[in-house]
Write a protein that binds this ligand. Structure first.
Ligand code: ADP
Length: 551
């Protein structure tokens, strides 16, 4: 090995602790605002690592978390991979059956869970205890454990009494450090493993000027959940930069975000468009001081042009970025190239609404159906393929999924894009049959299967319909059986879906059709359905407030 040591996360934490011991880590919790600093962070991550050792967890074993964004969750970010185990962040908003599958597939040894998610986890365990057979202990994030059937200990008791120093091992960069599942078009969620090296290189790429760099005078608030691809890597890059962290805690409302920005002097924040639409409304109706805020990163779904203009008007630079669970996640960032800096506002805006420029370290290609590379003319489109040091090359324990999603060392993203003459990538369609609502996936194929399992349904297709607040919402197109009672059909189907899926998965409208159009190969022709029914008016006014529950 030419370098002195491998590429691992621990040096980032070591540097922050050594150079910035007094820099703050602020966390909004049920118990109020909790303040600590990198010095205390170092003590507590050491205690956590010692506690994990003492409990017999380690050496590549997986440690699950079901948590919001807060300081204890952040302690697992360095504490778990640093001692050689693997941090598996679990999305609590998924249907129970997905969580059961994920825990079983990952064989998590223990699960760190927020008190507010405890009922969700208890329900999933009670429904299928076998899938949680590998878990021997639940650690409840906080000082106390509420009444529970589970074998649980409070986080504070778990780490208490352990030494505040830990002899962090020198790890191999190939060692798995993280694990995050992504919802596939069909079938089960797919696990993406992040090695130490992937997280290190992703952090370093973010720290370049072409990424989303964090300096030691920044105050960074990731609103994107820490169960979504490590909050897009920000907890790592914020530590690498020695900056102050602000964690917005459980279910932050726009008022909470505004207060944290004002009180803590947040300079950089990140989240999906739905979050910022909420904040925009709040800012219009209230007197909010956004003057500390310098950059606001938007990803997960396309940043609307009006949003970029709004934040420009408030002197906040909206940075549009694209990524995937498979790309750890950041792949492109829509910076304005130097030779466009002097272009007029509309020209620059046009570039900023695109998903952006590939970040240094990655390569991409765009290929058409015949596998030919398309020209970079802003018109020709094809599927985006990417590869690089922090792009996964396989799915965890799922060879058949890996086979389908990778080619020539590239990840097939399922995003259909154009590339303009300046190299800006723009998503124009999605080849994968999924709906993204408020930053969370809904599988249209699963909904179709569930609908078609209902006795009144002969055939059903589900499409995503554009929606201003949630970006997309599901719409069901149903061919009823001959003797179905169409008067009670919609209510019956709602109930049927609710029996197995969270409320926000339920299609907002059920439209009765005569026949589902098919492609030449007999598949549902989603393109034709979207062309005919993909109109916001079909779901307008019908979307429940909690369409995506975490916001
Ligand atoms: P994340 O948790 O970062 O959203 P996922 O793996 O769940 O990652 O979703 C990745 C997909 O989300 C992409 O393939 C793309 O379809 C969509 N996506 C991500 N960022 C954007 C964006 N800026 N604009 C449009 N779509 C996006």
């Amino acid at each position: 090995m030419p370098g002195g040591t491998d590429q691992t996360l621990q040096p980032f934490a070591w540097r922050a602790e050594t150079l910035y011991p007094d820099t703050e880590i602020v966390s909004r919790t049920h118990e109020g605002i909790v303040r600590s600093d990198y010095s205390e962070y170092a003590d507590r991550t050491a205690q956590l690592a010692n506690a994990l050792d003492a409990a017999g967890y380690g050496d590549g074993e997986r440690i699950g978390t079901v948590c919001w964004n807060h300081h204890r969750h952040f302690e697992t970010y360095f504490g778990v991979p640093g001692m050689g185990a693997q941090l598996h962040t679990i999305n609590p908003l998924l249907p129970d059956k997905h969580i059961q599958y994920i825990v079983e597939n990952a064989a998590d040894r223990t699960i760190f869970v927020d008190q507010s998610f405890l009922p969700k986890v208890e329900g999933a365990v009670a429904d299928d205890p076998e899938s949680f057979a590998s878990v021997d202990r639940y650690v409840v994030m906080g000082g106390q454990v509420p009444e529970t059937e589970l074998d649980a200990v409070a986080y504070e008791s778990f780490i208490e009494g352990h030494s505040t120093t830990y002899d962090w091992p020198t790890l191999d960069e190939e060692r798995p450090a993280g694990l995050c599942y992504t919802s596939g078009t069909t079938g089960k969620p797919k696990g993406v493993e992040y090695t130490q090296q992937m997280l290190w290189s992703h952090t370093m790429a973010l720290q370049t000027p072409q990424g989303i760099p964090v300096a030691d005078d920044d105050v960074v608030m990731p609103v994107v959940p820490m169960f979504h691809v490590n909050a897009w890597g920000l907890p790592f890059s914020t530590t690498a930069g020695g900056a102050k962290h602000v964690y917005p805690g459980p279910q932050p409302e726009p008022a909470d975000l505004a207060a944290l920005i004002e009180d803590e002097g947040v300079t950089l924040t990140a989240g999906v468009p739905t979050v910022w639409l909420g904040l925009m409304e709040y800012v219009e109706d209230n007197d909010v001081d956004l003057s500390s805020l310098d950059r606001l990163v938007v990803g997960g779904s396309a940043a609307p042009e009006a949003m970029i203009r709004f934040f420009d008007d408030h002197d906040v630079e909206l940075i549009h970025a694209w990524g995937m669970t498979e790309t750890a996640p950041v792949g492109t960032v829509a910076h304005v190239k130097a030779d466009l800096e002097d272009a007029d506002y509309e020209t620059r805006l046009d570039k900023r609404t695109k998903q952006g420029l590939i970040v240094p370290g990655l390569e991409f290609r765009v290929v058409d159906d015949a596998g030919e590379a398309v020209p970079h003319d802003g018109e020709a489109f094809g599927e985006l393929h990417v590869r690089g040091p922090w792009v996964t090359t396989e799915y965890f324990a799922r060879p058949e999924a890996t086979e389908a999603e990778f080619v020539d060392g590239y990840l097939k993203t399922g995003d259909v894009v154009t590339v303009d003459g300046d190299g800006y990538i723009k998503i124009v369609d999605r080849a994968k049959d999924v709906i993204k609502s408020g930053g969370e996936w809904i599988s249209s194929v699963e909904l179709e299967n569930e609908l078609m399992a209902h006795e009144a349904v002969a055939e059903a297709a589900v499409i995503g319909v554009p929606h201003e607040r949630w970006q997309e919402r599901p719409l069901a197109l149903v061919v009823p059986t001959e003797d179905a009672d169409t008067g009670t059909l919609e209510a019956g189907l709602r109930e049927h879906i609710l029996a197995s899926y969270p409320k926000w998965w339920v299609p907002d409208s059920v439209v009765v059709i005569d026949e589902v159009p098919k492609t030449a190969t007999g598949k549902f022709n989603k393109q034709a359905l979207r062309a005919e029914y993909g109109d916001e008016s079909l779901v307008e006014g019908r979307v429940p407030e909690d369409a995506a529950p975490e916001r």
